[in-house]
Design a protein around this ligand. Sequence first.
Ligand code: 4AD
Ligand code: MG
Length: 432
Amino acid sequence: MSTPIVEIRHLKQHAGETVTLRGWVRNVRTSKMRFIELRDGSGFVQCVVSANDAEPESYELAGRLTQEAAITATGIVQTHPKTGAPELLVKSLTLVGESVDYPITPKEHGTAFLMENRHLWLRSKRQWAILRIRHTLVKAIRDFFDEDGFTLLDSPILTPSACEGTSTLFGTPYFDEGMAFLSQSGQLYQEPGLAAFGKTYCFGPTFRAEKSKTRRHLTEFWMVEPEMAFAHLEDVMVLGERLTKFMVQRVLEGRQEELKILERDLAPLEQALNVTFARMTYTDAVEKLKELGSDINWGEDFGNDDETILMNAMDRPLWVHRFPKAFKAFYMEPDPIDPKLALGADLLAPEGYGEVIGGGERASSLQYLLDQIEHEQLDRKDYEWYLDVRKYGSVPHAGFGLGLERAVAWICKLPHVRETAPYPRMLGTLKP
Ligand code: 4AD
Ligand code: MG
């Protein structure tokens, strides 16, 4: 007689019924009774195997199961008397795939070892929790923009030119046309789309040949980039704040089990939902950093340490705006009040996390952009198509990029961005 196959996440609804589970053995404790911790990707459950209730050969099999063996388990769903969690009182077990000498044991392992075994490390509870939260954030981002009237406009990955400076480009030969570069940002392709769709976004992988090892930098990361016509710096900060709150809200609502596995303190996330984000000009932020002991000077970009110092001192996300034009990208609109400044804004996450969003208002004057392109020694002919946006119905416009992995790192409170991607790419990491 066949019993219904059930996913662990639905087990509660089957209390008292006989069901079959399919999954992998996380752990077995063997005494007279045998306790199998089973996971199937949808959740975790304890399977109880006793000599009285289980078939003799299943009881015997339970005694020799190893970590990560794949099995099916059939039995009655009952409720744990103390925790109230469902568990399976096993009648029969079958071995689907054996697992001999699984390398990641319950003891502590070094990160280098775990990274080399990333394809197996994905099975651990903590990685499961992080990547499910990542999934929820991706869905939240898409829902947010789709519901807000933005049209998805995919930017290309192979591009002829730089968006964020030429020092972090990955190149690849492109037939007879010379080099193509992996996209650093889809922004330049969103801007022409505005005159067609009004509000657009792209969401995909972006690449930077970051030569430094930090806990914030990947060489391949996902970025969502909204762009809005007839919009200014203020609109960037309003939209970015709404998006961030929406993302946090979705995780708090839908990923309680995962946050618990990560032992995430929920108070700072709830705080982010309930407050208006702080704002500070770059100039004020530099003053504040000096007070906090940084040796930064006006005109310098924040280092990782500066962001950490600043955001350890804040109890909520912070917008820093109006940066020195000198270290910002060529496309930024200058501040009409002080042309040394660019109308850019970065959102820094609290708890020491730092930049999660970078964006701002785009230069709408053709002549200004031409001067910038010359000043940055970019090749004008690579940007003619982009300049057309300023020739035919140029309007004020603005947008930003939110780095998915940075958002995951903060929301999960991870010490390093490497655990936020299924297969992270960093300096010195191209395996597996
Ligand atoms: O501040 P960035 O460089 O801005 C841009 O690329 C703009 N063109 C975006 C736009 O306005 N459409 O990058 C945006 C965000 C950062 O705030 C950060 O979250 C993330 O992308 N980011 C990285 N994440 C991981 N690893 C890296 N190396 C990253 N570089 C940027
Ligand atoms: Mg930035």
